[in-house]
Design a protein around this ligand. Sequence first.
Ligand SMILES: [Zn+2]
Ligand SMILES: [Zn+2]
Length: 655
Amino acid sequence: MLDLFTNKMIKITLPDGSEREYQEGVSSMEIALSISEGLARNVLAAKVNGKVQDANLPILENATVQLLTWNDTDGKSTFWHSSAHLMAEALEALYPKVKFWVGPPLENGFYYDVDTNGESISQDDFKKIEDKMLELARQKNDYVRIPMSKVDAIEYFTEKGDEYKLDLLSNLEDGSITFYRQGNFTDLCRGPHIPNTGFIKAAKIMNVAGAYFKGDQNNKMLTRIYGITFPKQKELDEYVHLLEEAKKRDHRKLGQELDLFTFSEKVGKGLPLWLPKGAMLRERLESFLRKAQVRAGYQQVVTPHIGSKQLYLTSGHWEKYGKDSFQPINTPEEGEEFLLKPMNCPHHCEIYASRPRSYRDLPLRLAEFGTVYRYEQSGELHGLTRVRGFTQDDAHIFCTDDQVEDEFKKVIDLVLYVFKSLGFEDFSAQVSLRDPENKAKYFGSDEAWDKAENAIRRAAAEKGLKTIEELGEAAFYGPKLDFMVKDALGRKWQLGTIQVDYQLPTRFNLEYIGSDNQKHRPVMIHRAPFGSMERFVAILIENTGGNFPLWLSPDQIAILPISEKYQDYANDVFLTLQEQDIRGYVDHRDEKIGRKIRDAEVNKLPLMLIVGEKEAEEGKVSVRRKGEGDLGSMTIGEFIDYAKAEINKNIPQFR
Ligand SMILES: [Zn+2]
Ligand SMILES: [Zn+2]
């Protein structure tokens, strides 16, 4: 390949800043080889001047080159996209009539949308497809990039009778078209791909589903085949294990098993019903935060679930989201229009505006566990993490310009307190900024945005938060600091959020009288440490696997009488503990004690109190702690002291 080019040398800059000289036309793979053979064996693709491309593509100018391996997101996604081609090759070998639409990589794995031409592909066929993929992978076929003229490309797929690729081609410009071939399979694709199929050492077909051609339900239903591949069998095994764990911890499954919440088609999709135990858990979380908020100077307010359309015209929500919201509710008479509340902020603005405010009133911190309703397509709904009605642990802080940074820092303290108390150690913070290319999407002046963005940066830095910045992720009224939590399986979720807002106070014409006796505009901070009760509980369930800390556990104790004879004593113990705010139940069933213990374990009861003849005579209980086993017998008083100390251990006071 090198002899096609001149002897001109080019300068290659590597990620560590080092510079090396190579002959013009050198490929990233050759660069890798010149560094070490071990490295070259792992190179999947390369980022050349910021663009991901095939590792064997010649480089024609001075460039920065980052070699991509399995450890890079771009490396992985090139691997998985290339695996989609491999799966297509296997499918074509097994089902010669299959036609192909598109096969993109996913966060985990890839899919290919195919027209099976009447063939049915089901779970029973997965193994056959996997085996074929591995057989083809072992041939170590190169992914060969073939630039094509549009005429030739059209001719190829016309001959093949593939109307899907012809459809794709119709939108492509001549001169920009490439084919990729590996083994016996040729696809229309702009790449990039891994060097050869030999890198793929393990394959699993995950699922098949229907998917409309181009996502349009008027079009033909295609078959979407999901797969995942790995460079080592061991990694596939680990992935499958993780999936099984995730299934066990799925909050939808545990929520049902532990009697926390349910859904009813009759009530409506995406509208959770909290069962007594779930309501108890939620109540505990609310009162935990409420206590901290009182200490942090918040005041509780309550506002209705609907608001007049005019309110949302003023706030800008109608203009921004009206079309995609639940549509207005009309009154039978008087022609009034109301909206289900999508956010609590406009109501809180009107509380602020309900009387004249002075600088002495600020900061004014109004908190509400406010239920809001947002329309989501039914296909997007998912357990408690994606719902149509949810309760935010919302608050709005109205303050002066000078107070913004300080208030922001106080909110960060509160969020960190919440996370720490609930065992979320692994989180990151994201500064969500405006997209500078698309300023029209946002309300407010450049000056206000710059001011707010810098205030967030400074506050986060001062609190020692490690942050990443994301352009285009801000709310329409202001920049945000979002807290992303990793659950026990390493999945990322957005929970808490803090947002600075200079726009709503303007839209609602909010004012305060300053020390100079002049009118000023307050700034507003929106914040929600949990995010929403629904999502937070979902993550908490998955993070703990349903083994909640003692203070949160809906039932803290189960009292298990050894036989019917000790029912009365069990009831006495129960009442005594209830008076001490220790929650639980007596297992009155006529079952063997072994069975009662097992069931309490399945229900993830933190503490079991077994009572029989000896306990009843001595006024004691035999205590078993989940995960710790037998703690011996204690008097009721000793047990109360023990339980209270354990409950309080995990909830330090705020500040
Ligand atoms: Zn491709
Ligand atoms: Zn708000």
